[in-house]
Design a protein around this ligand. Structure first.
Ligand code: M6R
Length: 610
């Protein structure tokens, strides 16, 4: 999704802004642009495609500017081209605006401004902003007040940064539904939509809340609400090493993040397992544990991969916590009449913590009085801040658009929450201790699976030209089938579907022939024999079968075309292990197809529009 980076200080701003925009590339975008100020001169440069193309365009320009704002755009209104790229400006090019989010009422505003004689150059919703601001300035307002008044007129979401040639010592920023942070340096201030873009320069961060606006100078800032109330903002020290957001010697972020899983999984459980008591300690839930354990119902809600984690969580909670549990697509929740009671607990799961659909569903759950918890990876993200309480996954920054380590860490946190509730309800000390012992062994087992990388790469060679894939699993491994299929679709553009294995005979079996590879997730568990029967059914129709099987399963080798063996664990933790070979398979197929695995077409890392 769109990215914002800004700088105000003594240094040349262009290299700083370009570097920041590159750090946001993982979010997905289709064009980029930058505008600068120095005294009463200004400039704007835009390009379609990558930030490196914008950089090339800037090469021959004199760039003595020390205030600037830059943007990467993910098209929502109007095709990706230079005119639609940000920054947008008013008629005499004295005001420049970059905007993330969507202005829902842009059409009536645009119509009114056109009637007043304003000429629009782009097809975007965002372009109304510089013209609105211009109108208020012409009435005698300061830039800050003009932005504030303009934002009071718009409906929708925004993260904005605004500069003006007539007030060249400041940047005005504001936020509603789209993230925005300040980074405070010494005699310089950075602006970004994501802390990753400025962590190379400072660790002193200010997070804005919705409906807040600030006037930012190189050495200070003043914040208000957009309804004109003065506010004090807290400065937070963010601990993140720069190498955490670099590729660390790998070809892609995705493979780096897959390979980091022994560590990220360990970090998700570090300090949280109480072996002697057979339970988990989750400080983020302090004060809310009783209400959680007494819930009449738990509703897990999310989008995409995080929604698949919810499905695994449903199995865990029902098996061990024995609380009725449901899973909801966050994107659907508001569009029906959900029956939500004050004794329900919602758990929203999100890697980014900024997914607009999840945030909207969360507001709805809060409005209806439920307890709202969050499981997020990005510290300080909107979902983390707006939930009543929550648990961070601590997987570290995930840059690849396809979620991998964040998913396995979400499963770890769900297991911890399940353990916490289960021990307060029915599960015995011995059973709790057994779960903990198994959890502790997971990082080592993941290491063992990652050693199969070469084998999986060889298997991938056979499927580069496949047009379709079926992923099949049962019980805890049904969500893994869905997640495996999503990974392949996202980065290789091969059509793939996940199904509960037993559902195959109710329809998808019609698709099976020698050109339809089927991946079975078939560890030795209570449904193993039934899954083997499904495999036989596919083989009888000449289908190609890849099986994810248990290490000690020597029967399956003769039955299938390819087998990837993983260590065993208890059923509730098995999805952590079985999902990893599927991540590697999707990765290698996509790389062999020559595709951009880290930034697949049309996708964004953080989906901040509904
Ligand atoms: O940041 P979130 O976990 O809320 O994101 C939800 C989905 O957009 C995300 O999981 C998406 O499906 C990923 N690209 C999956 O790899």
């Amino acid at each position: 999704m769109c990215g914002i980076v800004g700088y105000i200080g003594e240094k040349k701003c262009a290299p700083i802004i370009l570097e920041g925009l590159k750090r946001l590339e993982y979010r997905g975008y289709d064009s980029a642009g930058i505008s600068f100020l120095n005294g009463n001169s200004s400039g704007v440069v835009k390009s379609v495609g990558k930030v490196s193309m914008l950089e090339e365009k800037l090469e021959n320009q004199s760039l003595d500017y020390s205030i600037g704002i830059g943007h990467t755009r993910w098209a929502t209104h109007g095709v990706p081209n230079e005119v639609n790229a940000h920054p947008h400006f008013n008629t005499d090019k004295s005001i420049y605006v970059i905007h993330n989010g969507i202005i829902e009422n842009y059409q009536p505003i645009r119509k009114r401004l056109k009637a007043e004689g304003v000429e629009f150059v782009s097809d975007t919703d965002s372009e109304v902003l510089p013209h609105l601001i211009d109108g208020f300035i012409k009435k005698g307002m300061s830039l800050f007040e003009a932005v504030r008044y303009s934002l009071n007129e718009v409906q929708g979401t925004y993260g904005v940064a605004v500069i003006s040639i007539n007030e060249p010592d400041k940047i005005i920023v504001a936020k509603k539904g789209s993230p925005l942070v300040l980074g405070l340096g010494v005699g310089e201030t950075f602006i970004a939509s994501d802390v990753n873009a400025l962590i190379a320069h400072t660790s002193r961060i200010v997070y804005f809340e919705d409906n807040e606006i600030a006037e930012v100078y190189k050495d200070r800032f003043y914040a208000k609400t957009i309804t004109d109330e003065k506010i004090e903002k807290e400065i937070i020290e963010v601990k993140m090493a720069l190498d955490e957001i670099d590729k660390g010697g790998y070809d892609h972020f995705m493979i780096k993040e897959i390979m980091e899983q022994p560590e990220s999984i360990f970090n998700s459980m570090r300090g949280r397992l109480l072996l002697g008591e057979g339970t988990a300690r989750l400080g983020g839930l302090d004060g809310f544990v009783e209400r959680l354990c007494d819930s009449k119902r738990i509703i897990l809600s999310a989008c995409g991969t995080s929604w698949h984690a919810c499905l695994v969580g449903e199995y865990m909670l029902e098996q061990f916590a024995e609380i009725p549990t449901e899973v909801e697509y966050a994107s659907e929740l508001r569009y029906r009449n959900p029956i939500i009671n004050p004794d329900d607990t919602f758990i929203f799961i999100s890697q980014s913590g900024e997914t607009a659909d999840s945030l909207a569903a969360m507001e709805e759950a809060k409005r209806r009085g439920a307890l709202v918890l969050g499981i997020c990876n990005v510290v300080g993200s909107s979902i983390a801040r707006k939930s009543d309480a929550g648990v961070y996954t601590h997987a570290g920054p995930e840059i690849g658009v396809a979620s991998t380590k964040a998913f396995t860490s979400q499963l770890v946190v769900l297991a911890l929450i399940t353990l916490l509730i289960a021990r307060r309800r029915k599960v015995s000390l011995v059973d709790g201790m057994n779960i903990i012992q198994e959890m502790k062994k997971i990082p080592q087992k993941v290491e063992k699976i990652l050693k199969l990388n070469d084998q999986i790469e060889k298997i991938a060679e056979n499927f580069v030209d496949a047009k379709n894939f079926l992923y099949l699993g049962r019980g805890y491994n049904f969500p893994v089938a869905l997640e495996g299929a999503l990974k392949l679709k996202e980065i290789s553009y091969i059509h793939a579907e996940g199904y509960p294995a037993a559902e195959m005979k109710h329809g998808p079996i019609a698709l099976i022939d020698e050109n339809m590879p089927a991946i079975f997730i078939a560890p030795k568990d209570s449904v193993y024999d039934k899954v083997i029967s499904n495999i036989e059914e596919v083989k009888a129709r000449n289908g190609k079968v890849i099986a994810i099987a248990s290490e000690q399963d020597d029967k399956i080798d003769d039955l299938v075309d390819y087998v990837i063996k993983v260590p065993d664990t208890i059923r509730m933790l098995m999805p952590i292990l079985t999902s990893i070979p599927l991540q590697l398979l999707a990765y290698h197929i996509a790389v062999k197809k020559g595709l951009n695995v880290d930034q697949p077409r049309n996708l964004a890392k953080s989906v901040t529009v509904e």
